[in-house]
Design a protein around this ligand. Structure first.
Ligand code: PMP
Length: 285
């Protein structure tokens, strides 16, 4: 049975969920999106995701054609219609239909798409064993280009990095900022542990303001694990005792090898495992 997809202002059958070839989301990657989890029938950090979406839209001068409470109801309705209790929501707002030119203001109305489906996760054994990652030559978008805090439909920067990681046989790519500081992975934020303290780069180093990152910082504070946001270099990652990534799909996942260096003792460390457990409990509470 096909899914029910939210398109513009109502639910339609999957086979009828179609957008125009003149949509600037397709022609130019012009639009914004969110990826959101559903745990035990509850939409995880729903408000935070929607607030980030509206901020992304504001930065690219995109008017979402409904207010936040109305969009929130549409997301809830889509989850309900597809009977998703544990899954993943893809919320997309494209610039809408325009002509073949760049001018976004010639597009009449933004298009809202909500897909609620099951989720495919990293295999369970990767959470036990940890990931291998590499530094990639592609740098993260410069903040004076598309600000990395905007979750836009234009993901080629991240896709370049992902290609470089896949070519090298690594699970994830580590991207640096234009001035050589650690920014983020292609689809996740970065944390390390060094001498019992948790470190993560500030968002301004060139990352998305990850919702999972925010939750992990909050949980670390509750656990009385010291947490410092500061610029990190390759040196800091190579010499960390523990290293993990956070993101909506991955949740909290350990990294055990980077650029041929073994991280810590080559296994996901105790603070990584503790925060992963805390995150699981928080998400399912
Ligand atoms: N950085 C990038 C580039 C991302 O696409 C994502 C989302 N997959 C993240 C970080 C993590 O953000 P969140 O925890 O909100 O999913």
């Amino acid at each position: 049975m096909g899914l029910k997809i939210w398109l513009d202002d109502k639910l339609v059958n999957q086979e009828d969920a179609k957008v125009s070839v003149f949509d600037h989301g397709l022609l130019y990657g012009d639009g914004v999106f969110e990826g959101i989890r559903v745990y035990g029938g509850k939409i995880f950090e729903h408000d935070a995701h929607l607030e980030r979406l509206y901020k992304s839209a504001k930065v690219i001068r995109l008017t979402i054609p409904m207010d936040l409470p109305t969009l929130k109801k549409a997301v809830e309705e889509t989850v309900r219609a597809n009977q998703i209790t544990d899954g993943y929501i893809r919320l997309v707002v494209t610039r809408g239909v325009g002509d073949l030119g760049l001018n976004p203001f010639l597009c009449k109305r933004a298009c809202v798409i909500i897909i609620a489906d099951k989720i495919r996760l990293y295999p369970a054994e990767l959470y036990e064993k940890g990931l291998k990652v590499i530094s990639v030559p592609t740098i993260r978008n410069h903040p004076m280009s598309i600000p990395p805090q905007v979750k836009s439909l234009n993901y080629l920067n991240n896709i370049f990095a992902k290609i470089e990681a896949v070519d090298a046989g690594a699970s994830e790519a580590i991207l640096y900022s234009h001035d050589g500081y650690v920014a983020e992975a292609s689809g996740d934020n970065i944390f390390i542990v060094s001498e019992g303290t948790l470190y993560t780069p500030p968002v301004q180093a060139g990352s998305l303001d990850g919702i999972t990152r925010r939750v992990v910082i909050k949980l670390a504070r509750e656990e009385r694990i010291p947490i410092i946001e500061k610029n990190l270099t390759r040196f800091d990652l190579y010499t960390a005792d523990e290293f993990f990534l956070t993101g909506t799909a991955a949740e909290v996942i350990g990294v055990v090898e980077m650029d041929g260096r073994i991280i810590g003792d080559g296994k996901p460390g105790p603070i990584t495992r503790r925060l992963r457990e805390k995150f699981y409990a928080y998400a399912h509470a």
